[in-house]
Design a protein around this ligand. Structure first.
Ligand SMILES: [Zn+2]
Length: 119
């Protein structure tokens, strides 16, 4: 396997990001001021939908065929690729997205033309 290297900032730091329950004790002072104490993080209670791997430095998520990496199996597939293969994959994904955006634009323009034709 190869090291993680962020394609945006070049960092080798990888972090797993998840959204967990965070609770704080609320104390209402006699002055009416509301204060928060004792932050309690329950990392066993997490939202499964938003867990993903991101660069620990700039926060950019590495992408596997255009998708965010959310589990270890996908991460291993990603790490098996050389840096060159990853750059190629990212370029292909960008090209595909560009093509999709272009064909969507053409479709919208075609619709517009059809609407104009009917008038
Ligand atoms: Zn980065």
């Amino acid at each position: 396997m190869f090291k993680f290297k962020c394609s945006k900032c070049g960092s080798n730091e990888l972090v797993y990001e998840s959204w967990v329950r965070c609770r704080k004790q609320v104390v209402i002072q006699t002055s009416g001021h509301i204060e928060y104490f004792d932050t309690e993080i329950d990392d066993t209670d997490e939202l499964p939908v938003d867990c993903r791997y991101v660069c620990g430095c700039c926060g950019k998520p590495p992408l596997l065929y255009g998708n965010q990496i959310t589990n270890e199996a996908e991460l291993v597939d990603y790490l098996k690729m050389t840096i060159g293969q990853r750059i190629e994959m990212e370029a292909e994904t960008n090209q595909l997205l560009e093509q999709q955006a272009l064909s969507e634009l053409n479709r919208l323009e075609e619709n517009e033309t059809n609407i104009n034709f009917k008038e």
